[in-house]
Design a binder for this molecule. Structure first.
Ligand code: B12
Ligand code: SF4
Length: 506
């Protein structure tokens, strides 16, 4: 008997294991189809790590399948229980798919960041909602479902790191370029625009290094993304822990190229940088946010204020000396920002030795103090929820500032994007990275990151418009065409071959 039929009859009935039917859990990672820039390339499609943990917490008599809409369009497929994870910007799509399953009488569950931050809303569209971490709730959800008494709401809370299981990686049947691994959770800084402190707690919770190394040995891809919010925390002993982790990777002979997220303190200890590079660190994503202290104050980026904006170049230089690149995130649309501040921030990026940059519009994510403040000030303009959540991907202005309208924010941002993500600037940055880091790999990663993010921000803008100011000049045109060919060749040789290899191993 197909499991689909079991589900239809079993919605609130006790699941009868004695009959020996495998029960099927379908995990869904929905994709926001209104913003396809995130989905066009292997390097911007990432495995949903939370669902790998949900799978790991599911008893072995369950069959588990993952449907990732970044790779595959949704089609209604058999399941007894359907579980979603979702960012805010994907929530409307999760609700749309859930409606199809609910119509078919199949029980739907949603967990993850959006469901945790906007629980009342999620409860309207799902049969069950799990807030917080799966580790604290999923075993109970499954037991209750099997017993025919599944509840509407479960609270997973924040758990001891020893409870985190190894991610069940065989569910990732798609050709993801990176394996995602998390070594710590939590952040005490509470920047106004960020949900991490609310979702993951104020205390850094660091996993045991040997356990992380064991999990790393289970990964199959040559590239790893450590998804920690700050790989080297501001906790006593964090440097030593990081060194142990990186040294461990070298000693166990892992040949990985990796990236992660970290703050300015990443460059404090030369030994951390040395072992990071030796273990395969290529680029570090860092929340620079702004070059101007007033803008940092607006969003309570105290971490950078404490160090001072003058420390940026020293940090970059130290990382470069070890061959490590820096992928900076920068925010536009703070309260004090005017058009000239947008342009100045763009110019700062251009002139700085930052290798790659993600320039986004300040966005009030649900559950953040920014959301509460802007809501109270009646400044959120895209607020027809849940539909408007689809615009909360940082590329669209969802609020107004005291100095700028929604249109002004968007058109000025567009100008900044064109200045930074044009072919000429990206090529210049790439050669500069090569010069500064003496690493071909780092230069290529930085270039690829800029290229990808530019494509995401300038989605729909014709290629000729992003060519660069010199596009009309013959010499420049020749130069761009030549470098285009070289980069395409490298892409074919290295990247495409690797993706094919990963696909063949699935
Ligand atoms: C890695 C990461 C990315 C990666 C990969 C994303 C991916 N596919 O997983 C990349 C770089 C692509 C990315 C991009 C973006 N990201 Co991001 N990202 C993260 C980060 C740092 C870690 C996520 C992670 O893997 N954590 C580890 C796993 C284990 O945790 P988890 O997913 O939360 O899962 C746990 C619980 O939530 C729960 N759970 C999760 N799902 C489910 C499902 C069920 C059924 C149950 C029971 C439980 C459950 O249990 C899990 C285990 O405890 C988080 C910050 C953070 N600390 O969470 C931001 C974060 C998720 N990103 C965020 C944002 C805003 C973005 C971007 C919009 C930014 C941008 N414009 O560049 C884009 C959007 C991309 C897109 N495609 O839509 C926000 C999301 C806020 C929100 N309300 O949606 C976060 C929270 C950071 C922040 N600033 O607040 N991101
Ligand atoms: S932006 Fe970074 S430092 Fe600030 S709260 Fe979020 S994770 Fe912590």
């Amino acid at each position: 008997m197909p499991t689909f039929a079991i589900a239809e009859t079993n919605k609130f009935l006790k699941v009868d294991m004695v009959k020996g039917h495998p029960v099927k859990l379908l995990l869904i990672h929905p994709a926001n189809k209104t913003r396809t820039g995130f989905l066009n390339d292997h390097s911007t499609r990432f495995m949903p790590l939370g669902l790998g943990i949900v799978a790991a917490l599911t008893p072995p008599h369950w069959e588990v399948e993952l449907l990732d809409e970044s790779f595959e369009d949704f089609t209604l497929r058999p399941a007894d229980l359907v579980a979603f994870t979702s960012f805010t910007s994907n929530a409307p799509r999760a609700y749309e798919i859930a409606a199809r399953y609910r119509e078919a009488g199949i029980h739907t569950v949603m967990g993850g960041i959006h469901a945790s931050m906007f629980t009342e809303e999620a409860l309207k569209y799902m049969d069950t909602v799990v807030t917080g971490e799966a580790e604290g709730a999923w075993p109970e959800v499954i037991a209750d479902f099997e017993a025919g008494r599944i509840k509407r709401l479960y609270e997973g809370g924040i758990n001891d790191v020893d409870k985190i299981p190894h991610v069940r990686r065989e569910i990732y049947k798609y050709p993801y370029a990176y394996d995602l691994v998390q070594t710590s959770r939590g952040c005490p800084w509470g920047c106004e625009f960020c949900s991490v402190t609310h979702m993951c707690g104020k205390i850094y919770r660091e996993r045991d290094v040997e356990d992380v190394l064991d999990e790393l040995e289970e990964t199959t891809r040559p590239m790893v993304f450590f998804v920690d919010d700050n790989l080297v925390n501001y906790k006593k002993g964090s440097d030593e822990r990081a060194i142990r982790l990186f040294k461990g990777m070298v000693e166990r002979g892992m040949k990985k190229h990796w990236l992660s997220q970290a703050a300015l303190n990443f460059a404090d200890n030369e030994e951390v940088l040395y072992w990071a590079r030796k273990s395969g660190c290529t680029i570090i994503l860092m929340g620079i946010e702004a070059e101007n202290p007033e803008a940092l104050k607006d969003v309570k980026k105290n971490l950078n204020l404490k160090r001072g904006t003058g420390s940026y170049e020293t940090v970059i230089k130290k990382m470069h000396r070890h061959g490590i690149g820096i992928l900076a995130t920068l925010i536009f649309g703070m309260d004090s920002d005017r058009k000239e501040d947008f342009m100045a921030r763009g110019e700062f990026i251009n002139k700085s030795t930052l290798d790659a940059y993600q320039c986004t519009i300040l966005t009030p994510l649900p559950g953040t103090t920014l959301f509460d403040r802007l809501k109270e000030q009646n400044r959120i303009v895209l607020n027809n929820y849940p539909d408007d959540w689809k615009h909360y991907h940082f590329i669209k202005a969802t609020h107004v500032t005291p100095n700028m309208s929604q249109d002004e924010i968007e058109s000025t941002m567009h100008e900044v994007w064109l200045n930074l993500y044009n072919k000429e600037t990206m090529r210049r940055k790439m050669f500069r990275t090569l010069w500064n880091t003496k690493s071909f790999m780092t230069a290529y990663w930085a270039y690829a990151s800029n290229h990808n993010y530019g494509r995401i921000c300038l989605e729909g803008v014709p290629e000729s418009n992003v060519a660069g100011s010199g596009w009309k000049n013959f010499k420049h045109r020749l130069y761009l065409k030549f470098t285009d060919k070289v980069i395409w060749l490298i892409y074919q040789l290295v990247w495409t071959r690797m993706i094919r290899k990963i696909s063949a191993n699935r």
